[in-house]
Design a protein around this ligand. Structure first.
Ligand code: TXA
Ligand code: MG
Length: 324
């Protein structure tokens, strides 16, 4: 795989224009990039990522004029949000322009749009002159990538190049918010921007969609129904140190212990948004059997971090799942 640096944006552009998917950095996580109107390259993303075809992609823009070609209307509330959070880790679901390929929207009438703040992402999109669509650069269901090395580890032999922009400063994906019904904004995925920050700008409450379904029992956001972020090791969340210690003594497995502070637990790693995916990947690289998470208040109060942890642990045991 070619590893491109900041002086190589022209090479990255050349590859994109010649129909290759490439890895690229954003401030949240790395993405797998294709030009929005290149259907064949967009289809390649789904193959490389092994992503179900009914899960749509986010469009990444570098300036507001690029919206015109991809959305059919701008709902009330969008501009206050874009002023407050663009560029940055917020994706807004808007009515899609009919010319957006169905390969991108997975046949939905909506499209998620965000303006990343990573300088290399902005430079690449501006040089291309059209939005870049990108899912996170990981195989479906596995932890996201927050460094170029993570992308190489996952896609060596499958991807021609990655643009290396260093370690992603935020470390969890963007917040996904639907404004399709502007009176009832819905949060599909907690992320880099908090629900409270959005509510302050909109001046209204934002519903959390995690459990909302259509009448036909289809999840509102297609991605919600798939398993996510899971390492090979079993992830178990604890709310008291005693329970975690008892578990460790009883099971006596090779376990990676995560906690948000320097407390009294020996040999633990510090868990934050910034370290989450690196640590879930470390568990695989070093063949840990279990990831034991001590969910203290700092972790429990972070909606984005808890969402990723609970998904990584899903179909697995969550002790005392009510978080305070
Ligand atoms: O931070 C991010 O958002 C990263 C970086 C690369 O930008 N991208 C990312 O993409 O996380 P992906 O595809 O891994 O996750 C996007 C999520 C999926 O759960 C998808 O179902 C949802 O957003 N989504 C995308 N378009 C949607 C739409 N039109 N309606 C509902 N949900 C949508
Ligand atoms: Mg993803």
């Amino acid at each position: 795989m070619e590893i491109l640096k900041d002086q190589d944006v022209a090479r990255a552009l050349e590859l994109l224009k010649s129909g290759e998917v490439i890895g690229f950095p954003t401030e949240t996580v790395y993405g797998l990039a294709a030009p929005i109107f290149s259907k064949a390259t967009v289809e390649k993303i789904f193959k490389i990522k092994r992503r179900p075809l009914d899960n749509p992609l986010i469009a990444h823009i570098s300036d507001m004029q690029q919206l015109e070609a991809i959305v059919s209307s701008i709902p009330e509330g969008f501009y206050p949000l874009s002023e407050a959070f663009f560029p940055g880790p917020l994706t807004v679901i808007l009515p899609a322009h009919p010319s957006v390929p169905k390969e991108v929207t997975a046949g939905l009438s909506t499209i998620g749009v965000r303006m990343p703040s990573h300088p290399l992402a902005l430079e690449l999109i501006a040089a291309l002159g059209e939005p870049i669509v990108a899912p996170s650069a990981n195989h479906s269901g596995r932890p996201s990538a927050t460094s170029a090395q993570h992308v190489i580890n996952d896609f060596e032999g499958e991807l021609v190049a990655v643009l290396d922009g260093g370690v992603c400063p935020i470390g969890v994906e963007s917040t996904v918010l639907s404004l399709v019904d502007p009176d009832h904004p819905i949060l599909y995925r907690p992320g880099g921007v908090t629900r409270l920050e959005i509510e302050e700008v909109l001046g209204k409450k934002v519903a959390l969609s995690t459990h909302l379904r259509t009448k036909d029992d289809i999840p509102l956001s297609p991605g919600l129904k798939y398993r996510h972020y899971a390492p090979m090791a079993q992830v178990i969340i604890f709310h008291t140190l005693d329970e975690m210690r008892e578990h460790a003594l009883r099971e006596n497995k090779k376990s990676l212990i995560l906690s948000s502070d320097e407390s009294s637990i020996p040999d633990h790693y510090i868990l934050s948004r910034h370290t989450l995916f690196h640590l879930l990947r470390l568990a695989d690289l070093e063949h840990y059997e279990e990831v034991l998470v001590f969910c203290d208040l700092r972790i429990a109060s972070d909606e984005a971090l808890m969402n990723r942890l609970q998904k990584a642990a899903s179909e697995q045991i969550i002790h005392e799942s009510h978080c305070t």
